[in-house]
Design a protein around this ligand. Structure first.
Ligand SMILES: Nc1ncnc2c1ncn2[C@@H]1O[C@H](COP(=O)(O)OP(=O)(O)OP(=O)(O)O)[C@@H](O)[C@H]1O
Length: 119
């Protein structure tokens, strides 16, 4: 039972590592995430602000992983150029884009008031 649980964490970790290795966008999101977390510590943002920030980060990174998974699934189904294959990938990428744009807006709403006190 415990063994199976540890094994499934291992598989999930393997998936995360391979996605980071293969997906440039994921690496970009992770770099931005570290900057945002550093800014959170620097400005001593509130507990509620941390929760909102962590939710956004989880959504972006989680969706990016699902997007990578869908890309691989499409490539498994066909390596040929097919409009439907492109559509599936583009819609999944669209999901990541929407959540990313909303996260940037959330980041601005949280950090702009702190940044404005710097000057
Ligand atoms: N099998 C396919 N058929 C049609 N369009 C595709 C296919 N695979 C990818 N595309 C299009 O290319 C975009 C990029 O896809 P992806 O990130 O998987 O790169 P890729 O498979 O390396 O494609 P390319 O080599 O042409 O850049 C997709 O959003 C989609 O618009």
């Amino acid at each position: 039972m415990m063994n199976a649980l540890i094994k499934s964490f291992g598989y999930a970790w393997k998936g995360i590592v391979v996605a980071i290795r293969e997906q440039r966008n994921l690496r970009i999101h992770l770099s931005i995430t570290s900057l945002v977390v550093a800014a959170g510590f620097y400005f001593h943002i509130t507990a509620v602000e941390w929760c909102i920030l962590l939710l956004s980060i989880g959504l972006v990174i989680g969706l990016e992983l699902i997007n990578s998974s869908i890309e691989n699934l499409v490539d498994l189904v066909t390596r040929e150029r097919q409009p439907l294959a492109g559509k599936v990938k583009d819609i999944a990428a669209g999901a990541v884009l929407i959540v990313s744009v909303i996260s940037v807006i959330i980041g601005l709403i949280i950090f702009l008031p702190y940044i404005s006190t710097l000057g």
